[in-house]
Design a protein around this ligand. Structure first.
Ligand SMILES: Nc1nc2c(ncn2[C@@H]2O[C@H](COP(=O)(O)OP(=O)(O)O)[C@@H](O)[C@H]2O)c(=O)[nH]1
Ligand SMILES: [Mg+2]
Length: 226
């Protein structure tokens, strides 16, 4: 890369970091816990989110922003939960950035939310570089992807707070090597929390929901100065 390109890239990242910091202040003021979901296309983000919104909705005000290169399909799926949902179509961009989140929130007022889930554009490379002002970054890794993906795409895993191993209901059918996969995750982010889930059977959801509830409650208490 030339010096000019490097400078341009650095200024893009600085601008994003500044916008993410102002989003973080805004979410601190409203006590909204923000969760950024990253994964390859098809790892199960939308399906996991449908079930997550359904399980949290009775107790919390939850909403979702969902990024894809094109279509409103995922927003339509998620809106069936009854939660406020807005699609962001990114056209040429391979990820969401803080400016896209800020612009979406100017045009969309879901009211005060306890938790805002952001489904990022499906890929493990560009989304990892962009802070969206989130409290929690979760990377999904399905049993069909190959056990070495964390080693190949380390940034998505070592910038995340939790890894969700998804589609565990079909692990045997695809010959998933659980030990190797867990070793790959820990190799790039030692000590990271790992939750093994299936959106089909509900396995692992109690742990995932418990983690979210703890985060949401803690931020809500902080906002109220308790
Ligand atoms: N067997 C199984 N399939 C799943 C699970 N979660 C999602 N899928 C399927 O995987 C495909 C992609 O899921 P989707 O949620 O759209 O993935 P996204 O692209 O990451 O949002 C769909 O056909 C889902 O029905 C799961 O837990 N088990
Ligand atoms: Mg999706």
């Amino acid at each position: 890369m030339t010096a000019t390109l490097i400078e341009l890239q650095e200024s893009v990242m600085q601008k994003n970091d500044a916008l993410a910091a102002s989003l973080r202040e805004r979410f601190a003021a409203t006590g909204t816990t923000v969760v950024n979901l990253l994964s390859s296309p098809g790892s199960g983000k939308t399906t996991l989110l449908e079930e997550t919104l359904r399980r949290l909705a009775p107790a919390y005000r939850v909403g979702a922003l969902v990024g894809d290169q094109a279509t409103e399909n995922d927003a339509q799926r998620l809106a069936r939960s009854g939660a406020p949902v807005r699609q962001i179509t990114t056209a040429a961009e391979c990820r969401l950035d803080a400016d896209m989140i800020g612009s979406a929130l100017e045009r969309w007022d879901p009211g005060r939310l306890d938790a805002l889930f952001i489904e990022n554009v499906g890929n493990l490379i560009c989304p990892a570089e962009y802070d969206l002002g989130e409290d929690l970054r979760a990377v999904l890794f399905s049993v069909t992807e190959g056990e070495d993906k964390p080693l190949k795409y380390p940034l998505a895993f070592n910038t995340s707070h939790v890894t969700l191993v998804t589609k565990t209901d079909i692990a045997d059918a695809v010959g998933f090597d659980r030990e190797t996969a867990l070793r790959s995750i820990q190799a790039v982010n030692p000590g990271i929390a790992v939750i093994e889930v299936s959106s089909r059977t509900g396995v692992g959801f109690d742990d995932w929901i418990e983690l979210l509830r703890a985060r949401i409650d803690r931020k809500g208490r902080r906002q109220q100065g308790v």
